[in-house]
Design a protein around this ligand. Structure first.
Ligand SMILES: [Zn+2]
Length: 194
């Protein structure tokens, strides 16, 4: 076959090929999104270091968009977000222990969904996980070291070592500060150490 017959064939430069592939890949992803997602998932699994590096440089180049996405995610999935940030703190502070979302749900149930400090209950308040002995003071992340407190009570307790026990029959309208500060009747307060 004479060589000249191929002369009409266009040779693509690298840049043109890159764009061509890019367009093709986009079309494929649109036609079959699940396949694309699986491919990406597999690629990440096989190239964890490269994937981390790429994610990091993407984050650095799109910081505002990344932060906005993170904020949106936190708004939509507050429980998952809180649990992830708690786990990061546990690792950072080299604390021991771990507990599951199920453990936490069970604990709240045992407390009757009531904050043992102010005696308000969900859904009026939102219970948060408090470390009885704070992680910063060597406390663990085992469920035994967790008590449910509403946000204001959790903030007031801060890094003090306090365990509240729910006292049955206490009026639900007790002030938020009941049991706080270690003075007076110590309503709802079982043990306190500073
Ligand atoms: Zn409270």
């Amino acid at each position: 076959m004479p060589k000249g017959i191929y002369l009409h064939k266009k040779r693509f430069t690298d840049e043109e090929l890159r764009i061509k592939h890019c367009i093709r890949n986009r079309k494929r992803a649109k036609d079959n999104p699940e396949r694309g997602r699986n491919q990406l998932r597999n690629w990440r699994k096989n190239n964890p270091d490269k994937a981390r590096q790429m994610e990091k440089s993407y984050r650095e180049n799109n910081l505002e968009a990344y932060r906005q996405r993170k904020r949106n995610y936190a708004r939509l999935h507050p429980e998952i977000f809180r649990s992830a940030s708690r786990k990061r703190r546990v690792i950072k502070l080299k604390a021991e222990g771990d507990h599951t979302f199920g453990d936490w749900e069970l604990l709240k149930k045992q407390y009757g969904y009531v904050c043992p400090s102010c005696h308000k209950s969900e859904p009026e308040i939102k219970l948060t996980e408090d470390h009885i002995v704070p992680l910063t003071k060597g406390g663990s992340d085992f469920i035994e070291n967790i008590q449910p407190l509403c946000k204001p009570c959790n903030s007031i307790k801060h890094t003090k070592i306090m365990k509240f026990e729910l006292q049955m029959g206490t009026p639900a309208s007790s002030p938020v500060t009941a049991g706080m500060g270690g003075s007076g009747a110590g309503q709802g307060l079982l043990t306190q150490n500073r």
